[in-house]
Design a protein around this ligand. Structure first.
Ligand code: PGA
Length: 241
């Protein structure tokens, strides 16, 4: 795994955006995997700027997001569908029909997950996947557990994730306790992976991820088995390395 340590969040965001922009320029019809959370927000801002300046074109891009709460309405401002339009899709020239986010509104989540994997597969897999990391080492909502799941699936959320995310909801109890998440197979089959990590609170899990041991206690550690991962960290996130 390649490590790029940046001075601060802004530099991390710019550097990560450069890699995504390179991918878009090299292959205008790229399939991009996107993530939510506070980590990639600055990177999305930078991609919006590059699109407005005519540097990158989203008109032929297709996207698959990593995850979504379940159940949740897409109109809920805490849904990841809403987040992606708010932070990126509404501000760039992407076609709405090329945007894929697991649908937290469906009555049959298992069918939704199966169809999601089939669509990714039919499109030839993801060219570049953006990831953050949870304080507990999750990627997407693949939470630490005895066993990890390859396919896209419905999952319960851990206390750590509830603690990290419930503050965004008006009342903590409004946060769904489940989610639909891309499994580790489509993530690991992405041709390229770009990870963004910032802040002191992530330093311990960054240390764990880079210790070289692969274990289900830290789902992100499976990335050691991928050939093309670039991790962009700010100095705070890298402070225990
Ligand atoms: P964060 O979330 O960027 O808001 O810290 C990352 C994650 O949980 O994957």
């Amino acid at each position: 795994m390649k490590k790029v340590i940046c001075k601060n969040y802004e530099e991390m965001s710019r550097e990560a955006a450069k890699l995504v922009a390179e991918q878009i320029k090299a292959k205008p019809e790229s399939i991009l995997g996107f993530a939510t959370g506070s980590s990639p927000v600055g990177m999305y801002k930078e991609l919006v700027r590059l699109n407005k300046e005519g540097e990158i074109d989203f008109s032929k891009i297709t996207t698959f997001n990593l995850d979504e709460y379940y159940p949740i309405l897409r109109s809920n401002d805490q849904s990841y569908y809403y987040f992606m339009f708010d932070n990126l899709f509404s501000h760039v020239n992407i076609k709405k029909e090329n945007v894929n986010v697991p649908n937290g509104e469906v009555s049959d989540p298992d069918a939704e997950c199966k169809a999601y994997d089939e669509k990714i597969e039919a499109m030839g897999g993801i060219d570049l996947q953006v990831l953050g990391i949870g304080h507990n080492g999750h990627i997407g909502f693949n939470e630490p557990d005895e066993k990890l799941i390859g396919a896209t699936h419905r999952t319960g959320l851990t206390e750590s994730t509830f603690h990290a995310n419930s503050g965004y909801f008006e009342k903590p109890e409004d946060m769904p306790r489940e989610a639909l998440t891309m499994g580790l197979t489509p993530i690991m089959q992405a041709k390229k992976i770009v990870m963004v990590i910032s802040g002191k609170s992530k330093a311990p899990i960054v240390k764990r991820m880079f210790d070289g041991l692969i274990g289900t206690d830290c789902p992100a550690s499976v990335l050691h088995m991928h050939r093309d991962v670039t991790v962009f960290l700010d100095e705070d996130a890298a402070s225990m390395l």
